[in-house]
Design a protein around this ligand. Sequence first.
Ligand code: UDP
Ligand code: MG
Length: 303
Amino acid sequence: MDISFVIPVYNEEGDLLQLHSEITAQMARLGRSYEIYFIDDGSTDSSLALIKKLSGEDGHVRCVSFRRNFGKSEALSAGFRRVTGKYVFTMDADLQDDPSEIPAFLAMMEEGYDLVSGWKKERHDPLEKRLPSKLFNATVSWMTGLKLHDFNCGFKCYTKECTEELDVYGERHRFMPALANERGFRVGELAVNHRARIHGKSKFGLERYARGFLDLLTVSFLATYARRPAHLLGGLGFLSLALGVLSFIVGIFPFRFNHLFLFLGSALLVFGGLSVLLGLLAELVVARSRAPQKTIHSVKEEF
Ligand code: UDP
Ligand code: MG
């Protein structure tokens, strides 16, 4: 199998037929073998019925249907576990991603990229969505060290190896390029045509950015400290202990606000001590829970 598509679907009945015919037209032109996985993420409209109809008519169509809505990341993960293609595309089902970009993605993949991420350069979304998105992308770029304009674009192409190693859960779909980069995969970006949503409505509101920033904290913490949490917590703890001692020394002198320094000193000492202990506790968790298959390092070749 050459190419697999993974398409998360949550109440997208208005767009599925057209999306399917646009992908089919592109693939007919390319003449490569392919499969299309629709992952029905607990839709309550006629999406599933439409997918059933499509799969009856077209042998390329496959479907995984969730019992309830589990979220986009889980949908992608279910697809990644099943795909057999050398290259794996993810696309939104709402026609905002344009299948005529498929050849451009493939050209970049053939250059040797492991993940090519779409960049909605001219974005057709309301301003209240574009502004926070800019801020989000700038912060993620800065914190993860991977400079991309657009982390959140649903249109991406991965090598099979890349999908096998990356673990999408929670809402980590936003960080796939950063996670791939962290493991040493080659990540690139491609400016894509972005279309306005015509049918249905967006499933994500502004709360996505609050969650996104929390996830960013987790992702960057895990990237650096997953195997050595005491280095972060212990470091913070020692810093706090040192500041506490300093503050006490200042507080010993009898000047007007010296009791404030004594108070601050005790607080810092307590926090520092707890933080060091918490770091050790975290190390205990890490030492006990090394799941055999989930390694942090990534092997490219072996002899
Ligand atoms: N989606 C999903 N499960 C969810 C939310 C969204 O499978 O819980 C799918 C949705 O059907 C669409 C894609 O994820 O195919 C992106 O969603 P949406 O277009 O609402 O996001 P936006 O374009 O606003 O970022
Ligand atoms: Mg959309």
